[in-house]
Ligand binder design. Structure first.
Ligand code: FES
Length: 107
C-alpha cells in the first residue's frame, strides 16, 4: 500500500559528542505523540510516521520532515505536537513558528 504522507522524525542519537542530536532530546516520544494527535483529529489520510536518522539540521532540532511536500519543522517540543498536527493537517496551514524557512542544506 502506498502512503499519501510520510512523516520522518529524527531519532538520531549522537552519544559521547558535544553536538546535540534529536534522539537524545525526545525524538521517540515525538512519534508516539504524533500518532496520538493523528488519532485525536481523526485524520483520514494514509500516513506513515516513522523514525529517521539525522536530517542534517541538528542544532535546530528536534526535527521533523513531511514528505512528499518537503516541509521541515524544527525545535519541535512534545507540547507543540497537537498544534502542529491541527494546523498542518486539519487547517492545512503551515505552523510558522516551527517552520524551517531555509533549504535544509543552507542551515
Ligand atoms: S540529529 Fe536530528 S537532525 Fe541531526
Amino acid at each position: 500500500m502506498m502512503y499519501d504522507i510520510h512523516i520522518f522524525v529524527c531519532t538520531n542519537e549522537r552519544k559521547n559528542s558535544t553536538r546535540r542530536s534529536c534522539g537524545e532530546q525526545h525524538g521517540l516520544l515525538l512519534i508516539e505523540k504524533l500518532k496520538e494527535s493523528f488519532a485525536k483529529y481523526n485524520i483520514n489520510v494514509r500516513t506513515r510516521i516513522q523514525r529517521s536518522g539525522c536530517l542534517g539540521i541538528c542544532d535546530l532540532g528536534p526535527t521533523i520532515a513531511i514528505y512528499p511536500e518537503g516541509t521541515f519543522y524544527v525545535n519541535v517540543q512534545l507540547e507543540d505536537v497537537d498544534e502542529l498536527v491541527r494546523t498542518h493537517f486539519v487547517e492545512k496551514k503551515k505552523l510558522e513558528r516551527l517552520l524551517l524557512t531555509k533549504h535544509p542544506k543552507d542551515v
